[in-house]
Write a protein that binds this ligand. Structure first.
Ligand SMILES: [Zn+2]
Length: 340
C-alpha cells in the first residue's frame, strides 16, 4: 500500500498545524498520477495517525484529473486515469499535463460539547510544506535510490544523486551565433519569460523593470506563452536574461539562457552554488541578484557591460560540462545497470 508514504508526510503537516488540537477530518487534493485510492488513503492515515492528535480522523480525498491531449486527433480531455486513452479515437499516444498535485486543503478540528466543527483552510505555503513532507516520506519508505534534478533539493535529500537537467547546447549556441554578439548597444535588452509568475518572483520585480525601462536604462521585454521552439531566438535577441528570484535555485530555463551566451541574473542560494562547485568543479555562472539587489545590478550591467563579460562567456562551457546529458547519463547508469 504505497499510500502509507504519502500519509506519513501529510500527517506531519497536519500535526504541525494542529499544534495539539484534536483533528476530526482533513481534506487532501491528490493528482491522478499518484495512483492514490481514497479508501486505501483513509485506511493508511488511520494507521499512521494512531495515538496522535489526528487519531481516528476522517479523510476526504479529491482526485485532481490529468489534462490530456491526443496525438492522433484534435481531442483534449480530462481524465482521472494515470495513462488515459483518447475518448474519441481510442489512441494511446496522449500527452498529459498536471495530475501531480498533492495538497493538504483543510483541517477540521473537533469541538467539545458537540458544537459545529471548525474547518481551517490551509494556505499555499503550508500546502507546499505538506507536499515536501509527503515526498520525503515517500522516498524514505520506498527503498529505492533517489535522484534530484536540481541541486537545491539535496538539502532535503542529502543522500540522493544529482541527475542534472539536460539541454541541447548546440541548439542554443546556433541561434545566438546567428544573432551575433549583443552589446555596445547602450541600452541592454532585458528579458524575462516566467513559466509560473508567483513562483519565479515576477510580480515582485516587474514594477522596477518597467520603471527602469521608462527611465531609459534598459529595454524590458516580458514574454508570456512564447512557444518553446521560438525561445532560442528570443534569448539570442537579448543581452540579459532574468531567471528566478524566490526559490534560490536554477533550472532548465537558466541553462538555456546560459547556453545562449547571455548574461543570466537570478537568485541562487549559497547552498545550491556550493553543491554545484563541489560536484562539478565549476562555478555556476548565474549572476547573483535578489528582488532587493536586482535594480542596482541591472544599473551596473547597463553602465559597464564589460564587467560581466566573464560570467556571460562562461555560460555555454558550463552548460556543455554539466547539462548536456553526459553527467545525467552517468548518474543514472549504475541504477539502470548499464554503462553511460
Ligand atoms: Zn484521439
Amino acid at each position: 500500500m504505497h499510500e502509507i508514504g504519502y500519509c506519513a508526510g501529510v500527517l506531519e503537516a497536519v500535526e504541525r498545524r494542529a499544534a495539539g488540537r484534536p483533528v476530526a477530518r482533513i481534506g487532501v487534493l491528490v493528482g491522478a498520477l499518484h495512483r492514490i485510492s481514497p479508501a486505501a488513503f483513509e485506511q493508511s492515515f488511520r494507521l499512521v495517525a494512531d495515538g496522535g492528535v489526528a487519531a481516528g480522523a476522517g479523510t476526504e480525498v479529491l482526485i485532481a484529473p490529468v489534462r490530456a491531449a491526443c496525438a492522433a486527433c484534435p481531442a483534449e480531455f480530462e481524465s482521472t486515469e494515470p495513462a488515459p486513452t483518447c475518448p474519441d479515437c481510442h489512441g494511446t499516444e496522449v500527452a498529459t499535463e498536471g495530475g501531480d498535485e498533492l495538497v493538504l486543503q483543510w483541517v477540521e478540528y473537533t469541538v467539545p460539547d458537540g458544537g459545529a466543527a471548525a474547518r481551517e483552510p490551509v494556505g499555499p505555503v503550508r500546502a507546499m510544506e505538506a507536499t515536501v513532507a509527503a515526498n520525503t516520506g515517500l522516498v524514505a519508505t520506498s527503498g529505492l535510490p533517489a535522484f534530484v534534478s536540481t541541486p537545491d533539493l539535496l538539502r532535503w535529500l542529502p543522500a540522493a544523486t544529482w541527475c542534472p537537467v539536460v539541454v541541447d547546447p548546440a541548439r542554443w549556441r546556433a541561434a545566438a551565433e546567428a544573432a551575433g554578439q549583443p552589446n555596445d548597444r547602450r541600452r541592454p535588452i532585458v528579458v524575462h519569460a516566467p513559466s509560473q509568475r508567483w513562483l519565479k518572483g515576477t510580480d515582485r520585480i516587474e514594477p522596477m523593470l518597467r520603471r527602469l525601462d521608462a527611465e531609459g536604462v534598459i529595454e524590458y521585454r516580458q514574454i508570456v506563452d512564447v512557444p518553446h521552439a521560438s525561445m532560442p531566438a528570443f534569448y539570442a535577441g537579448a543581452d540579459i536574461v532574468l531567471d528566478q528570484f524566490l526559490l534560490g535555485s536554477y533550472g532548465v530555463a537558466a541553462c538555456e539562457a546560459l547556453a545562449s551566451g547571455r548574461l543570466v541574473m537570478g537568485h541562487v542560494d549559497e547552498f545550491t552554488r556550493a553543491q554545484v562547485l563541489d560536484r562539478t568543479g565549476a562555478e555556476l555562472p548565474v549572476h547573483e541578484a535578489t528582488v532587493e539587489s536586482l535594480e542596482s545590478e541591472l544599473r551596473r550591467a547597463a553602465a559597464d557591460p564589460d564587467a560581466f563579460a566573464g560570467e556571460r562567456s562562461a555560460g555555454p562551457a558550463f552548460v556543455e560540462r554539466v547539462h548536456d546529458g553526459r553527467r545525467s547519463a552517468s548518474a543514472l547508469a549504475p541504477f539502470l545497470g548499464v554503462r553511460a
